[in-house]
Design a protein around this ligand. Structure first.
Ligand code: SF4
Ligand code: SF4
Length: 325
């Protein structure tokens, strides 16, 4: 049967520091943040509750309504969806906050000390529970976000488990200040995608945004990772545009050049969250032009240019607006 849905509704779950959700997105006009269980501290997951929640969303969409938090989400598409429900093959992991960087735009900067000391729950028992109950299907993808992944105690064990279980792709977001041999293995075998937000090309801008002296370490580690990638597009350098801080062409071109120099073939472009959420429908033309300019420059240099999640919504909303006038 044809109805509106997304891969997260069909077969995904997101583990956050104090909740589990259908997905990890906030970009849609409806706000995302699809919480199923709040005040969560790693107790056994109530799978029936999760699957009933998903069924409720599906039923709404089959009636032609939209689950309010999914309103305007570009990942909600009308098509034939698989009949098999109550299985999970997409996992997003965001359940820790400890980090070795201090990005100016990060929510953890509100109270860095508390977030760095915050004791997260463990995911390994949950993963074992999924396997025991035959809920896990290793044919989708896993994504590690959260704080800095290489500081998460169970990261190596989990990543090796996902790779050994046959997950075709695990996405790792890292500050890249610390090098990981587990990530290196994933890159060598074509099973890992690495995304590093550098947000700058120059040392000065890097310091201003990251608020730690990590410029050389990050780019050297990126270069080392890129030298191991089986898939030439697996290592991605990302630039989050923070209007008023790094929204200038020179910095963007420096970033593209630096990425290229380090053997990176794919760049991700994103817009800062707080700024975007405050003006989803009202993004000034200068920002749109800056994204279009960067795309053109990246392609001139032979780099694969990809809009990241919020930027993808931003460009789509702009396009919709232009079409409707
Ligand atoms: S917000 Fe988007 S990705 Fe998340 S469940 Fe809704 S439609 Fe899916
Ligand atoms: S690397 Fe990520 S978690 Fe760490 S401070 Fe930056 S945005 Fe926050």
């Amino acid at each position: 049967m044809k109805y509106k849905s997304c891969h997260w509704i069909e077969s995904g779950i997101n583990f956050d520091i104090d909740s589990y959700k259908v997905c990890c997105l906030y970009s849609a006009k409806g706000g995302g943040n699809t919480i199923v269980q709040d005040n969560y501290k790693g107790e056994p997951v109530d799978w029936n509750k999760l699957f009933e929640f998903k069924e409720m969303m599906r039923e709404m969409h089959k009636r032609g309504e939209t689950y309010p938090k999914c309103e305007g989400c570009i990942y909600l598409v009308e098509q034939d969806w698989p009949d098999e429900h109550n299985k999970i093959n997409m996992i997003n992991l965001d359940y820790w906050t400890k980090c070795n960087s201090r990005c100016s735009y990060c929510h953890t900067m509100l109270d860095k000390e508390r977030y760095n000391k915050f004791k997260n729950y463990n995911f390994l028992p949950i993963l074992k529970d999924m396997i025991r109950r035959d809920i896990l299907r290793p044919n989708g993808h896993v994504s590690f976000g959260g704080g800095e992944v290489t500081l998460l105690k169970e990261f190596d064990t989990l990543l090796h488990m996902f790779m050994d279980a046959g997950f075709p792709l695990t996405r790792v977001h890292s500050s890249c200040i610390k090098y990981s041999k587990a990530v290196e293995r994933g890159l060598k075998e074509g099973l890992v995608d690495l995304i590093v937000s550098v947000d700058s090309g120059s040392k000065e801008m890097h310091k201003k945004i990251k608020q730690v002296n990590s410029y050389n370490k990050v780019w050297n580690n990126l270069k080392r990772y890129a030298s191991h990638q089986k898939d030439p597009y697996a290592v991605k350098s990302k630039y989050i545009v923070i209007p008023g801080v790094n929204d200038n062409k020179e910095e963007l071109v420096l970033w593209l050049k630096k990425s290229k120099e380090c053997g990176i073939n794919c760049v991700y472009h994103e817009i800062e969250s707080k700024w975007f959420y405050a003006r989803r429908d009202n993004v000034p033309d200068e920002i749109i032009d800056l994204f279009n300019y960067t795309k053109e420059k990246a392609e001139e240099m032979g780099l694969k240019y990809v809009l990241y999640e919020r930027a993808e919504h931003m460009m789509e909303y702009k396009h919709e607006k232009e079409v409707s006038v």
